[in-house]
Design a protein around this ligand. Structure first.
Ligand SMILES: *Cc1c(COP(=O)(O)O)cnc(C)c1O
Length: 452
């Protein structure tokens, strides 16, 4: 493959990036092998790579990179940018998804040949990583929360603090999710203050099946406030068989010691504090593909598995494979996870190294582009540490005769599409979210805007 990649690059076929070339080579090789299989026997000498092979690679590259859902450069400094697909997958996750795209050991036990659970291996890994008794995986955290509420409280009441009636975005508002799960919302406390006693007043109502707590992912309440913690609610819930469900949102598994995440609760700590079920996303701080995870008490997880919504929300094999690979990286420990899971690696990058990259990058920009190295602020994004600034470094770029919005528009419409911020009438490229191997293509994209 390395030889073929080098030959492909010599032919200029890496203009869409090495990943696209590698994928095209794999597809063309598969087609070649399929032909050999019909016409050649084992002892025949290997067939040389012919011009027809390279024509086929060209043909594949002519289709794939023209797709609208294509690779982009994220120069916004928002690490988990929902518009750009949130967490960039680890290489291992992408490779696992490609491998599973054909036939895969999905719902079958290779030992017995019997039908199995598609997320059994994943659930075991989640339990090992979080200390949970049981786990399951669904399509996204919105789905996971819907499933959890329906499973434990359909037809019954759910207590939710007024300060936690979160809207995550668009139509995803907590009171509506509770209604969609077939449960009834009971509002508790006030917007700024809620105490354990506010919940206690309702806990002896036999219709109450669930106390829901929600991570305030995209806002903070300051000033005269108080919150009833999981730990303060758990004993009373447990004594009455009321499920304490925590929609954690981002879900820190590793990297809790990274400065922007220091105040974020972890999945493990939420369980330790007494949550019966914790729901969180696969593509936020977990750093993998879009998914929703539910971990917690085995009888409750078993109940969710039997719910009709489980079938509606189940994951595809390629996503399951990518998720399992991502969890395998978390299992290597904090340091390895941070090195190999891109979302964590980007969050961990220190400002001094980003500044050094920005300086080197700015020196490579040529006239008529004018560049200046600046300190700037990014964000974790997707509701993790919403007001915590992420100190960063980048480059502002100007082109004479072109205002910042016009330049940003040209960058977005270019190949690859580049997404940047406009700040103080200048285009700002935050290097935290630009991978070093993308810098060359970013440079070319910038130079093309001044000649377009
Ligand atoms: C992000 C988030 C969700 C939605 O998760 P998706 O994976 O986008 O479906 C739900 N609840 C909270 C608290 C969140 O932060």
């Amino acid at each position: 493959m390395n030889d073929l990649l080098a030959q492909g690059a010599e032919r200029g076929l890496d203009r869409h990036g090495r990943a696209a070339l590698r994928e095209a080579l794999h597809q063309a090789l598969d087609a070649l092998r399929a032909r050999w299989h019909g016409s050649r026997s084992a002892g025949d000498p290997p067939e040389p790579i012919t011009p027809a092979f390279w024509q086929q690679v060209e043909a594949i590259l002519a289709v794939t990179p023209a797709l609208s859902l294509r690779r982009a450069v994220n120069a916004t400094g928002v690490v988990l940018h929902t518009g750009l697909g949130r967490a960039p997958w680890p290489q291992e996750a992408a490779a696992a998804a490609v491998a599973a795209a054909r036939y895969a050991v999905l719902e079958i036990d290779p030992e017995s040949g019997e039908r199995g659970l598609r997320d059994a291996a994943l659930a075991a890994r989640l339990c090992a990583l979080t200390g949970a008794e049981a786990a399951l995986a669904a399509n996204n955290n919105a789905g996971a929360t819907l499933l959890a509420l329906a499973g434990v409280a359909r037809g019954r009441k759910v207590l939710l603090a007024r300060g936690e009636m979160v809207e995550i975005g668009g139509a995803y508002r907590m009171p509506e999710v509770i209604a969609a799960a077939g449960a009834r919302l009971v509002e508790v406390g006030t917007t700024n203050r809620v105490r354990p006693e506010d919940y206690a007043r309702h806990l002896d109502d036999p219709e109450v099946a669930c106390v829901l707590k929600v991570h305030p992912s995209n806002f903070t309440i300051g000033g005269f406030t108080s919150e009833a913690t999981l730990a303060s609610l758990a004993p009373a819930c447990r004594a009455r068989g009321i499920a304490l469900v925590y929609d954690l949102g981002s879900g820190v598994l590793s990297g809790a010691d990274l400065p922007p995440l220091r105040r974020e609760p972890t999945v493990r700590s939420a369980l330790r504090d007494g949550a019966d079920l914790v729901t969180f996303s696969g593509d936020k701080l977990l750093g993998g593909p879009q998914a929703g995870l539910v971990v917690g008490a085995a009888p409750l997880i078993a109940r969710l598995r039997r719910d009709v919504l489980m079938r509606c929300l189940r994951l595809d094999k390629a996503i399951l494979a990518a998720l399992e690979a991502t969890l395998a990286l978390h299992a290597l420990g904090e340091e390895a996870a941070r090195a190999r899971i891109p979302a964590l690696r980007l969050l961990a990058a220190d400002v001094a190294s980003l500044r050094a990259r920005a300086e080197a990058f700015a020196r490579r920009l040529q006239r008529p582009l004018a560049a200046e190295v600046v300190d700037c602020e990014g964000r974790v994004g997707s509701g993790a540490a919403p007001i915590e600034p992420l100190p960063s470094a980048g480059v502002t770029v100007t082109v004479p005769g072109l205002d910042a919005h016009a330049l940003a528009g040209r960058l977005r419409r270019g190949d690859p599409p580049v997404f940047a911020r406009v700040q103080d009438d200048r285009v700002l490229l935050d290097l935290r979210t630009v991978f070093p191997e993308e810098e060359e293509r970013l440079l070319q994209a910038l130079h093309r805007t001044s000649t377009a």
